[in-house]
Design a protein around this ligand. Structure first.
Ligand code: SF4
Length: 156
């Protein structure tokens, strides 16, 4: 366990994630007899998500990350940046749960748009639409953003 925690510590929370990772690996081996998720590339997308989410500690974001980044499937991970920017732009309701946000946003996108949408919203959230101080006056999305209009208009 110590070795796993050490190997993943640069990602943060190594001691918390290590036992979870071990449990997931055990479960994959028990179910599949090998350490490979390649079979998920052939399953219908919702089935592949469901399979991943049945693993211990795997939620909608992690399942979508595995499918998008490792298998090239059009599943949208909604991390803190994607959720914040999407809320401010009015794409999802203010109180949408993570689970609901995944479904709502993914349904708006064609399969080809999923990867760039994710990457660009994360980048926008880091560079411009920061959690505490969004740089609305210089944001290229200002004209389309209800939150930005309020901020620039002095209401937010
Ligand atoms: S206008 Fe402001 S709140 Fe809207 S996306 Fe841009 S930075 Fe974010």
């Amino acid at each position: 366990m110590k070795d796993i925690a050490e190997a993943i510590k640069s990602g943060g929370l190594g001691n918390v994630k290590a036992p979870r990772l071990k449990a997931v690996v055990r479960e994959i081996l028990a179910q599949r007899g090998e350490l490979s998720l390649d079979f998920l590339a052939e399953l219908p997308l919702e089935e592949a998500k469901g399979w991943l989410r049945s693993l211990p500690g795997v939620g909608p974001k992690t399942a979508a990350c595995v499918l998008l980044f490792s298998l090239g499937r059009p599943a949208l991970p909604v991390d803190t940046h994607v959720a914040r920017v999407a809320r401010r732009l009015g794409l999802i309701p203010e109180r949408a749960s993570a689970e609901h946000a995944h479904g709502l946003l993914e349904a708006m996108l064609s399969p080809e748009q999923v990867y760039p949408f994710h990457v660009l919203l994360v980048e926008h959230g880091r560079r411009t639409c920061a959690a505490r101080r969004p740089a609305c006056p210089r944001c290229p999305l200002l004209a389309h953003c209800p939150t930005g209009q309020r901020v620039v208009g002095g209401e937010g």
